[in-house]
Design a binder for this molecule. Structure first.
Ligand code: ATP
Ligand code: MG
Length: 328
């Protein structure tokens, strides 16, 4: 099974990214043939950006991924902009993408509403570039969080349309969304997903947060006026913490509900904070060791880009030939 997923170089990745996506990447390395992970700097410029910060954030994200357990020997880890085939394929696929479909994308609606100055065409085109990312590798599986379900559905539709018209060349990928932790919520606004763009600062736990900061954020998480540690209607805040604890400890949500039956929210939050601190500590430690050596990070990305380019170039040659672009 060929696995592909992308992650934005927003530097400080949060615990939602870690639980919903990065954890799956690490696990996929041994199943993927190969597992391909891409740091999507081209997606990052769909909203306002600072060039120097983008470059630095890209190293942050690379180091976080390596610290989380990605091993360049066991997966292909690279920077999107190093493989130009992504942008070329984006254009070809755009010719097969319905404008109306892009208009329906939740992510575009949410992110465009938040832009203060420019709603860029890139933000609208984001799902086409994302489709090109995955389809260039003919990946069968795309590990993502729940928020990316619609985008994966769209790339399937694009692949289907392409194949119907030009022959069986592309692969319709399946999403892989984790059963628990697919949509970690903002701790301050538990009806919104924890997010890099648009989340609250106090409600977002970053992978690199110090133990003190993590504890403070978890302890001040918004809950409800009840007393029971269980999932249910109107209990989004508690349900979210149950999921986080479930993943951090590797135990089922039901076990957590049973364990904390009769406990107060204070004790429960204390346990969540402690587990999250422990869960993230090894990643933060390894990150601190890896991040300063930018040359090594560049080297790892360069090796990955070479392997990625080889696969993508093959697909692009087939695509060009099929659609009548370039010499026969
Ligand atoms: P942005 O808000 O700018 O889109 P992001 O926080 O969504 O940033 P991305 O790099 O776009 O970060 O997402 C990387 C991966 O993390 C994707 O697979 C996405 O589905 C997943 N993800 C993002 N937020 C969450 C969340 N709150 N819970 C679980 N998974 C998430
Ligand atoms: Mg996102």
């Amino acid at each position: 099974m060929r696995i592909f997923s992308g992650i934005q170089p927003t530097g400080r990745k949060h615990v939602g990214n870690y639980i919903g996506a990065i954890r799956q990447y690490v696990e996929g390395q041994d199943r993927g043939d190969p597992a391909i992970y891409c740091i999507v700097d081209l997606h990052a410029i769909s909203v306002a950006w600072d060039p120097a910060a983008l470059r630095s954030n890209l190293y942050d994200t690379t180091a976080i991924l390596l610290a989380a357990g990605l091993d360049p020997e066991r997966c292909i880890l690279f920077r999107q902009s190093d493989v130009r085939e992504h942008t070329e394929l984006t254009w070809y696929l755009s010719a097969l993408t319905a404008h109306g479909d892009l208009n329906r994308m939740h992510q575009f609606k949410e992110k465009s509403a938040r832009q203060r100055e420019l709603v860029s065409a890139a933000l609208f085109f984001y799902p086409v570039l994302q489709a090109a990312d995955v389809l260039a590798y003919k990946a069968g599986e795309v590990p993502v969080g729940e928020d990316q379900r619609q985008h994966v559905e769209l790339m399937r539709e694009i692949a289907r349309r392409f194949n119907e018209r030009f022959g069986q060349i592309l692969v319709e990928p399946e999403h892989r969304i984790p059963e628990i932790g697919a949509r970690i919520m903002d701790l301050q606004e538990p009806t919104n997903k924890m997010a890099t763009t648009g989340g609250t600062e106090q409600g977002t736990v970053y992978v690199l947060d110090e133990p003190g900061a993590i504890t403070k954020k978890v302890r001040s998480a918004v809950t409800d006026s009840g007393t029971e540690v269980r999932r249910g209607e109107g209990k989004e805040g508690i349900a979210n913490l149950i999921e986080v604890l479930s993943v951090a400890r590797g135990s089922a949500p039901e076990e957590i509900e049973a364990e904390f039956a009769g406990s107060g929210y204070g004790d429960f939050k204390g346990a969540v904070a402690e587990a999250v601190v422990e869960f993230l500590a090894p990643v933060r430690e390894r990150y601190t060791a890896l991040r300063p050596d930018e040359e090594s990070l560049e080297h790892a990305l360069g090796v990955g880009a070479e392997k990625a380019r080889e696969i993508a170039a093959g697909t692009l040659a087939e695509v060009r030939a099929a659609i009548g672009i370039g010499s026969a």
